[in-house]
Design a protein around this ligand. Structure first.
Ligand code: WT7
Length: 600
């Protein structure tokens, strides 16, 4: 037992599971005086009421290494000003505020001001191009947007005419000659009062909107409600072992659900200090932050760990721990993609801590399955369900998705059996809808279970093991990319007759986006065309979504109903023999199984 040792929040899994109840856990929240729940209140107001306003909420490491801090009292004041601005602009409760911002203080005041004011926040990823940005703002009826001048001019101004709902664009740095139809964030917030009283908020009122990608159709806007904060708070304690006094660093981008649930909300509800890195990934920078900021709990992603594993130490010393003082680090966890046993072992050697895998998704809002602090990590396993979460492996039909017969699913009990991961509906951070798409939402549920679209198995001790996704969604560097969105953008290029987009396995990112393109006959499929189509896609989609590789083909395989068979493209890419492939492509007998998967 070393000096770092503190008792895990959950010392014994079985007894915690046996006695857990969400209703009882609710006493961990402050709650609004009238019994409601508001996420913004739990992150800010409660700490002021409890006399902790002077604690450091955020410690921001600038690109140049400079350090700035913000206390809970300052965060309360800044978010109050933004809440007043929203009211003054006439935004109604429930209307949506979008952010297109990197990690900086104004992001936090915008998010928390929006939540405290009962408006709904939707974060966008800054590496999206104009097309994904416009599509999501269109689908989400964005009323207000907070961004920088540079991002606005590059990504929003060109598509603004498509966004009639977008009334207010607030720029952090409008400059002397601001673009037309924009407002100054600093001017508006400077003039606003710095105290705001959170109004009564129903626990079931929408708070957050997160877009996620499916196999087909447009991105899906997963709606989360204020009572989700109970799950954010509880899982940060149970799965991330967050204690009072911790210094917490979540490396996820705030444009995605991890960056929101665990980069902003969960640590702030615990009153701990959150490290915010304005800069980009670089091994020396990251080790430096872990060491200099004395990070105690670190939540990161397998892609980042793989990049660190490959980084050669500057001075040739064998492990980072040997040239950076990581002695403060107590708990390391990861999420977003499979965590290889190799990465778990590397963590033990290089960081002095095993990496704890956790599993969840945009729709679950919070961690559902985890390797817990009190248990030895099982390398390669996602872990066991959180107390309060019931998971199961459900038998799949021939289409590879959970088979629903007469409204029922079949739960597989035998250890090692493979099927779709299902979660019993009803935990507080469960998504409450896909915006404007009730049918797509309903298709995620059967028999009281929420079907996740992931294939897993469970071992005899109840640990879950990731097998793969049941759909065609591409998982690249921990982000989901919808092949349909990429195919649609490619097909707008005049030379592209048709495109099929798949993930090509990549040792670093897990997968990269690869497009098989059928060119129109009048365009010779040469290097020049390839370069042109790649650049076209990159301009529209941005670096996070655009294909990295294009292969011209003379034909694309289709299903009997005319859809491009991405599975076949994937199998070819992997060099699987044709014999194996043909079985992959038998269309699922949807009628006989009464399949009720997420995607048609
Ligand atoms: C999908 C969800 C909320 C997490 C960030 C991404 C995959 C997530 C793991 C894991 C293997 C994982 C699943 C899941 N995934 N965690 N520990 N091992 N795969 O949220 O963008 O909604 O993606 O990421 O396929 O369904 P998301």
């Amino acid at each position: 037992m070393n000096a770092l040792w503190v008792a895990p929040v959950m010392p014994d899994y079985d007894s915690a599971r046996a006695t857990f109840s969400w209703r009882r856990e609710r006493s961990r929240l402050a709650g609004l005086p009238d019994g409601g729940i508001n996420i913004g209140y739990e992150t800010v107001d409660r700490h002021l009421r409890e006399g902790h306003g002077e604690r450091v909420a955020l410690r921001c490491v600038g690109r140049d290494g400079s350090l700035q801090t913000m206390t809970f009292a300052q965060l309360a004041a800044a978010s109050s000003r933004f809440a007043h601005v929203l009211e003054a602009l006439g935004l109604e409760r429930g209307e949506r505020v979008f952010t297109l911002l990197g990690r900086r203080f104004e992001l936090y005041s915008t998010v928390l001001g929006t939540l405290r004011a009962g408006r709904v926040l939707c974060p966008l990823f800054t590496a999206f191009g104009p097309e994904p940005v416009a599509l999501r703002m269109e689908l989400g009826n964005a009323r207000a947007l907070v961004t920088t001048r540079e991002l606005y001019e590059r990504k929003v101004a060109p598509v603004r005419s498509r966004l009639p709902h977008l009334r207010h664009v607030l720029l952090l740095d409008p400059g002397a000659d601001p673009p037309p139809d924009t407002l100054s964030f600093p001017a508006l917030t400077d003039a606003a009062p710095d105290e705001y009283t959170v109004g009564s908020t129903d626990p079931a009122e929408p708070a957050l909107l997160h877009f996620t990608s499916g196999t087909t159709g447009t991105p899906k806007g997963a709606v989360h409600v204020h009572e989700a904060v109970l799950a954010h708070h509880v899982t940060a304690a149970y799965a991330l072992d967050l204690h009072e006094g911790d210094v917490f660093w979540c490396t996820a981008d705030p444009g995605w659900v991890t960056g929101m649930s665990y980069g902003i909300i969960a640590p702030l509800t615990h009153g701990v200090t959150t490290v915010v890195d304005e800069g980009d990934f670089a091994p020396a920078r990251w080790y430096g932050i872990l060491a200099d900021q004395r990070v105690t709990v670190w939540y990161t992603a397998p892609t980042a760990l793989r990049m660190l594993m490959r980084a050669v130490p500057r001075d040739g010393k064998p492990t980072p721990a040997a040239w950076h003082d990581l002695s403060a680090l107590r708990f390391v966890a990861s999420v977003g993609e499979p965590l290889s046993p190799e990465a778990v072992h590397w963590g033990r050697e290089a960081l002095g801590r095993a990496v704890h895998d956790t599993w969840w998704q945009t729709e679950t809002g919070a961690i559902m399955i985890a390797n817990f602090a009190a248990d030895p990590v099982r390398p390669g396993a996602m872990g066991r369900p959180l107390p309060g979460v019931e998971a199961a492996v459900v038998a799949c039909g021939e289409d590879g998705r959970a088979a629903v017969t007469g409204g029922h699913v079949q739960i597989l009990q035998e250890p090692g059996a493979q099927g779709e991961l299902a979660l019993q509906a009803g935990w507080p951070s469960m998504f409450r809808g896909y915006l404007h798409e009730p049918h797509r939402y309903e298709a995620c549920f059967a028999d009281g279970w929420c079907l996740t679209g992931d294939l897993v198995s469970r071992d005899a001790d109840g640990w879950y093991w990731f097998v793969g996704r049941a759909d065609d969604v591409i998982e690249s560097a921990g982000h989901l990319i919808g092949p349909f969105e990429v195919e649609s953008a490619l097909m707008e290029h005049p030379a592209v007759a048709e495109a099929g987009v798949v993930g090509r396995p990549d040792p670093l990112a897990g997968a990269i986006v690869k497009a098989f393109v059928l060119p129109r006959p009048e365009y010779p499929p040469d290097t020049e065309l390839r370069r042109d189509v790649l650049a076209f896609a990159r301009r529209r989609l941005g670096p996070a979504v655009a294909p990295r590789e294009i292969e011209f083909v003379e034909s694309l395989p289709h299903t009997h109903c005319g859809m491009v068979m991405r599975r076949l493209l994937r199998a070819r890419e992997l060099g699987l023999p044709e014999g194996d492939v043909s079985t992959l492509e038998t269309p699922g007998p949807a009628e006989t199984t009464g399949h009720s998967g997420k995607e048609p």
